[in-house]
Ligand binder design. Sequence first.
Ligand SMILES: Nc1nc2c(ncn2[C@@H]2O[C@H](COP(=O)(O)OP(=O)(O)OP(=O)(O)O)[C@@H](O)[C@H]2O)c(=O)[nH]1
Ligand SMILES: [Mg+2]
Length: 222
Amino acid sequence: MSVEESAFATNDRIAAETRRRLAERRVLAVNLLSAPGSGKTSLLEATIDRLRNAVRIGVIEGDVATTRDADRVAAHGVPAVQVNTEMLSATCHLDARMVAQALERLPSDRLDLLLIENVGNLVCPAAFDLGEDLKVAVLSVTEGDDKPVKYPKLFREAAVTLISKMDLLPHCGGDVEAIVANLRAVQPAAEIIRTSVRTGEGLDAWAEWLHQRWTTKCRSAD
Ligand SMILES: Nc1nc2c(ncn2[C@@H]2O[C@H](COP(=O)(O)OP(=O)(O)OP(=O)(O)O)[C@@H](O)[C@H]2O)c(=O)[nH]1
Ligand SMILES: [Mg+2]
């Protein structure tokens, strides 16, 4: 086995253990991925405001540096742990060990929903299983219509893609139908929700989608 294969095998083993533990505790874990600045933290803030009274939420924030995103999220009244990847072995993505260690700093026996914001990057984060139940991709209308076909792995594996910053569409010349067509080119049955934290478009639909996923995983055995 090559060094790279061995590193992935170790990652997958830790991720499988995290997944088992979270299932035991009936926690739904969501891995949020996008390019830098697509609006992940803004969406998390809006999501927390909508779901905080319905489910107990914990957040793991991945960034190269600073605690800015964890501070933003914590201001919405939920526990948040920041992981700074520049302190660790890899800078461009979270891995399963980082998440397992961050989870130790959250009250995981008193959580229903674990939201993990990955490092902004369309490539590396998609290669690492963190033990999540589902991946959510965020793609803003300002990034160019072709991103799903240029970075297919993330968009192929996403349980849902949020097309964010819809309010900017008239200003940036983006073509949302082309974005949708490119998403369907890599995942024909892709679930897609259009959002804007400025106008509120799609935010209730997204929160309901997520709550439904939590109900399906964590309440179905009741
Ligand atoms: N107009 C508009 N701006 C938005 C929207 N969502 C986020 N933004 C802005 O986009 C910028 C980046 O938002 P963040 O939420 O920090 O993005 P992010 O994906 O978490 O960024 P990283 O963590 O650095 O990858 C900020 O200036 C936000 O205010 C939106 O729906 N509409
Ligand atoms: Mg962020």
